[in-house]
Design a protein around this ligand. Structure first.
Ligand SMILES: [Zn+2]
Length: 327
């Protein structure tokens, strides 16, 4: 797997001792090159770690050298190889091998963190609700009405097909393309949501207009629609979602749900350096879409923005009461 670890192991000086923790000790060859007397008490230690990272430490002259996959070879490590009598052409091969691994690691990292999305089909028979005339659509319309959602708020879909009937279908859009969806039950039928979501997807990014100073991050799609924010579609922010949201280059304000999962989201927001808003909602309001129903959008946005907290200390202080307040 790693030429560097294998080479060092093959050229270690003779008279070696192995410790249970994996270190190999031998007479250190470094000391005479660093102005010290030659080591005769096996004070040179070498170890290969599980990921093929290597470490060398001399307890006689204090010389250290190490390498790990993803790094280039240091001049110190090349010196150590020479003192181990590794031939120059093998040292050169090791240098190139380290470079190759470094390039692989960087490429892998890029692919991992910038999510890309491909087009996805909506559930069978899905139609835009706007313009639909079927009588079967009534429960879905009633649900929209109960949440004060309007057909002009978002391109909501619906289908009469078994399995998806009595569900409100919310397409996941990205750059105008449908890249997933969630179908919310409107009559209490389980599961509450049936979804098709690609890793790293953040809901409602398409509606983050350039003139906004803030981006409001919530858990669910309805809250996001209510305040033109984005939703992470759960209470955890994945690495890809973190990147997608930071790419907007706005001040991030997380508005958690008032439950256990919401508390986890607060922890993550602190870790990511994002702000958190835990507004004193009027009584009877338990989340962002409730607040919009009761107060309207401008007042809700004002409450969210004026209640935002940026330091861990302030967030922690506020969190204690906010999550324990009964409705
Ligand atoms: Zn030494």
């Amino acid at each position: 797997m790693s030429l560097i670890a294998d080479t060092l192991l093959a050229y270690l000086p003779p008279k070696r001792k192995h410790t249970p923790s994996g270190w190999i000790s031998f007479n250190a060859p470094c000391c005479v090159h660093n102005g010290n007397n030659a080591d005769k008490r096996q004070r040179g230690g070498f170890i290969v770690n599980q990921d093929k990272a290597v470490s060398y430490h001399c307890f006689n002259c204090g010389f250290k050298a190490s390498w790990q996959p993803g790094r280039t070879m240091s001049p110190k490590l090349k010196n150590l190889m020479r003192w181990f009598n590794v031939p120059d052409d093998i040292i050169t091969k090791c240098t190139f091998d380290a470079l190759r691994l470094k390039e692989d690691a960087e490429l892998g990292l890029k692919q991992e963190i910038i999510p890309t999305f491909t087009e996805r089909a909506l559930p069978m028979g899905a139609k835009l609700i706007d313009g639909c005339t079927s009588k079967d659509i009534v429960p879905v319309l009633e649900y929209l009405h109960s949440r004060d959602l309007y057909l002009e708020d978002y391109p909501f879909y619906w289908t009469s097909k078994t399995g998806f009937k009595n569900r409100l279908i919310i397409p996941f859009l990205y750059k105008g393309q449908i890249v997933g969806w969630t179908a919310r039950s409107v009559n209490g039928q389980n599961p509450k949501y049936i979804s098709e979501q690609q890793p790293g997807y953040v809901f409602n990014l398409d509606n983050q207009h350039w003139d906004r100073k803030f981006v409001i991050v919530v858990e669910g799609p309805f809250d996001a629609i209510a305040v033109d924010g984005v939703a992470v579609l759960g209470s955890e922010v994945s690495q890809g979602q973190h990147l997608m949201i930071n790419q907007l280059q706005r001040e991030v304000i997380v508005v958690p749900d008032r439950d256990e999962a919401g508390e986890k989201l607060v922890d993550q927001a602190i870790e990511l350096g994002w702000g958190v808003s835990m507004p004193e909602w009027p009584s009877g309001v338990k989340d962002v879409s409730d607040a919009v129903n009761k107060l309207g959008k401008p007042a809700t946005l004002w409450l969210i923005i004026s209640s935002r907290l940026k330091t861990e200390l302030k967030i922690r202080l506020h969190q204690k009461n906010w999550f324990r307040t009964e409705e």
